[in-house]
Structure formats: structure tokens, C-alpha cells
Design a protein around this ligand. Structure first.
Ligand code: ZN
Length: 54
């Protein structure tokens, strides 16, 4: 499973934000969903553990 299939919630806990901040910005810049549990945002619902439409 590559990074593109991982949940943003999980990536955020793995130092992804520090190392791949540019990619992270791409993932969240047009975000339509917010995670009810973690407060992360994403374009795609499946990238969050508890997605809710914004
Ligand atoms: Zn989450």
C-alpha cells in the first residue's frame, strides 16, 4: 500500500507532514471532507477515518 492510499489521519501521525509537507498540501488544498475524530481534512472521503462532508 503506497502513500496515496493511506489515510491522512494516519500519515499525520507518522511524521509525514514534516517530511512531505508539499505533498500534504496537495492532498488538502481542495478538501471537501473533514475527519470528525482527528480534525484532518481531505479531498477524498476514503482518506479519513471518520469522514464528514464540509
Ligand atoms: Zn481521522
Amino acid at each position: 500500500m503506497g502513500d496515496k492510499d493511506k489515510k491522512i489521519c494516519k500519515l499525520a501521525k507518522e511524521d509525514y507532514l514534516k517530511d512531505e509537507f508539499k505533498k500534504y498540501k496537495e492532498l488538502v488544498k481542495d478538501a471537501r471532507y473533514v475527519c470528525r475524530k482527528c480534525g484532518r481534512v481531505a479531498v477524498k472521503e476514503k482518506r479519513l477515518c471518520k469522514p464528514e462532508k464540509m
